[in-house]
Design a binder for this molecule. Structure first.
Ligand code: GDP
Length: 365
């Protein structure tokens, strides 16, 4: 549940960002369609709490949560009608949980812009158009099935038909489904369609190296922020070039480089955190001598299902969860001290997990 697809027009810096993500060094050449295979990269979700726990528990290793990035090439004007790499990219997007859309906010005469000028909101709308067209196809296919259901006097079909018509109408006006309001029931009816324009989205403004630390003077960034605010999307401002350079460096040097650039944190970390937030995810922690580890769950997950992330047996045989919040644990300095203060709780199967819970599950085998 942590697959993020990187999309964007050609030459906006996708490959450069992706290189930073994988450190693998895929080709970043100055021409369209240079990334043909969908590439995948896995990154650790940065979590300072793990280092603190590992010290406290003398852990032999640290295992962070991970996030999966997929570099999806081929989005150009006309892509949904088979231009560029055709619409193979659509199925790759369909398989992701969220979209990170890289938009070019840097000026550089040496780097061709496929549309001839830097205008990220226009670029977003080009991509929106392609994704809306793809979603219209999806809706039309479903509509055919619904018409059959109507003929068979299916009770729900009329409501679904009305819903599909409404969504199709919006899509025809290039309104992405993420900008539309739906009831919970409608949401459920649409779920299986996996509409591309319904996916949560983060706009990644790729700015020039000089603006890595402060892009407040960049009008393109401002325009993207205003656009994104209308659809509750996240915006992360990074310099893909700086990120790629940081990724090449050993940790200590990377820190120095960040300071030199006036950054407190790598942009990649901000992107990962934004993705986490956008997807409604949170982390619980386990700590012991073997390892200190972060586990990813949806906000609202109950204790047995959280336990099931570790092992299905933990869920099946769930008895109790022994929980202390990370903050309490750190304040007390040790689990023994936290226990003496009564801050270690035993929670049952209805307990809703909280971010930063440090957990030990009790279960039957
Ligand atoms: P993609 O087609 O979206 O994958 O774009 P690439 O990552 O291949 O980048 C296209 C070109 O733009 C490459 O020559 C990069 O070096 C260059 N580029 C990427 N980011 C920046 C940036 O922030 N500033 C400048 N000046 N060039 C960049």
């Amino acid at each position: 549940n942590l697959d993020v697809g990187i999309v964007g027009l050609p030459n906006v810096g996708k490959s450069t960002l992706f290189n930073a993500i994988t450190k693998a060094g895929a080709e970043a050449a100055n021409y369209p369609f240079c990334t043909i295979e969908p590439n995948e990269g896995v990154v650790a979700v940065p979590d300072e709490r793990l280092d603190v726990l590992a010290k406290m528990f003398n852990s032999r290793k640290i295992t962070p949560a991970i996030m999966h990035f997929v570099d999806i090439a081929g989005l150009v004007k006309g892509a949904s009608k088979g231009e560029g790499l055709g619409n193979q990219f659509l199925s790759h997007i369909r398989n992701t949980d969220a979209i990170a859309e890289v938009v070019r906010c840097f000026e550089d005469e040496n780097v061709t812009h496929v549309e001839g000028s830097v205008d990220p909101v226009r670029d977003i709308q080009i991509i929106d158009t392609e994704l809306c067209l793809a979603d219209i196809d999806t809706i039309n296919n479903r509509m055919k099935k619904v018409e059959k259901l109507l003929k068979a006097h299916d009770k729900k079909a009329a409501a679904e038909q009305a819903l599909l018509e409404r969504v199709a109408k919006g899509l025809e006006d290039i309104v992405p489904a993420r900008r539309m309001e739906f009831t919970e029931e409608e949401e459920a009816a649409l779920y299986d369609l996996h509409l591309l324009t319904r996916k949560p989205i983060i706009y990644v403004c790729n700015v020039a190296e000089e603006e890595a630390a402060d892009a407040s003077g960049n009008p393109h960034v401002k325009a993207v922020q205003e656009f994104a605010a209308q659809e509750h999307a996240e915006v992360v401002v990074i310099s893909a070039k700086v990120e790629a350079e940081i990724a090449e460096l050993p940790e200590e040097e990377a820190k120095e480089y960040l300071e030199m650039e006036g950054l407190t944190e790598a942009g990649l970390n901000r992107l990962i955190k934004a993705g986490f937030k956008l997807l409604g995810l949170q982390t619980y922690l386990t700590a012991g001598e073997i390892e200190s580890r972060a586990w990813t769950i949806n906000i609202g997950t109950k204790a047995p299902q959280a336990a099931g992330k570790i092992h299905t047996d933990f869920e099946k045989g769930f008895i109790k969860a022994e929980i202390v919040s990370y903050d309490d644990l750190v304040k007390c300095g040790s689990k023994v001290a936290a226990r003496e203060k009564g801050l270690v709780r035993l929670e049952g199967k209805d307990y809703v997990m909280q971010d930063g819970d440090v957990v030990e599950f009790r279960f039957n085998v």
